[in-house]
Design a protein around this ligand. Sequence first.
Ligand SMILES: *Cc1c(COP(=O)(O)O)cnc(C)c1O
Length: 439
Amino acid sequence: MSQQIQFLLRAGEMPTHWYNLLADFPEPLPPPLHPGTREPVTPDLMLALFPENLVGQEMSAERMIEIPQEVRDVYALYRPTPLLRAVRLEKALQTPAHVYYKYEGVSPAGSHKPNTAIPQAYYNKVAGTKRLASETGAGQWGSSLAFACSVFGLECNVYMVKVSFDQKPYRKLLMQTYGATVHASPSNQTEFGRKVLAANPDSAGSLGIAISEAIEDTVKHPGTKYSLGSVLNHVCLHQSVIGQETIRQMEMAGEEPDVILGCAGGGSNFAGLVFPFVQRKIREGKKYRIVAVEPTSCPSLTKGELRYDFGDTAETTPLMMMYTLGHLFMPPSIHAGGLRYHGMAPMVSHCKKLGLIEAVAYPQLKVFESAVMFARSEGIVPAPESAHAIAAVIDEAIQCREEGRKRVIVFNLSGNGLLDLAAYDTYLSGRMQDVGGSD
Ligand SMILES: *Cc1c(COP(=O)(O)O)cnc(C)c1O
């Protein structure tokens, strides 16, 4: 009998609720603080940026939050997503390990990010917002939000980190195709952008600068709200559909994971896959090893400090308790743009502090070597971000081979790399180097 490799849920088996890990933490998450008073933020500070319904979710400790029908109808374009067993990768590695991947690259934007872009656009729409402002690095978030805004009839204004704007035109074009307006950041659209440009006209930009610009744009334009694609509690909440589906699909496969992995930039795809498993660790005493994989050049969880820090360069956001490299940290330009953020989601940071998860870091050459191996065995070209998880999975599977022991490994293939082929070109032609950081 041939090996089953796809584990598919029916449309009616899509989760009806998001899962909120805040309800199950054994110790409460330290609250965000007002940057001036250093007191816990009150909802009114957040209301300048976000609609009330999303502020409510950001602060909610309710365990299960119902997914509105209108959101489920849009999720239905690509959810439930498949879980696959990587039998050809297992064979190539000659490992006794069983490797499964949850594939989020089937969404319209090619990554997990629409899982939160869709509800964020929906909640803004019903709250009366006309226009959303946001930032994007390599463009995955911007294109996801542009797609969601087009579905719900909102204007979308995106500040895109300049180095990507210049070097990666395809996601900019995708955003424009969905009807969004895209500015290279630092831009002359905002006071902060003009200030950065005056000091350094050739600034390549950073996510921190782009966030500051999007926030300034928001507070200066009536009818505009801000939207963030990672880090925040409500983003981790929305992503929980990934892990909930995976739990059911692993039941279909008849296996219980030993190791669960995801790449981590701001932490949202990792949170989405692992938080429902973390709940089982806390409540049912399960012994999963849960591993976040980050780049050595932007190692917030493995080398950062756990402390209160700003989410942006201009110091406009509330202070969040998180593993951080400092809000002025300028990550070197690596090809996994989505992992170039100085901090880590407070909820993911809290998991690390409580010993519920661990973290490892990989340099980009090793990551692309793993990405190419995965593409040549499984067929899917992974996003460079997702390939960080693959590098750790491959090491894990090789260890199983060396110890002659089977383990069940599950990871999040957070996106496909079809719009990242220029990065593959750099690797395949031998021009890629490891930058910054060390092992
Ligand atoms: C944006 C992105 C990431 C990193 O963001 P997280 O919030 O850490 O998930 C990872 N993978 C893909 C494909 C992305 O687009």
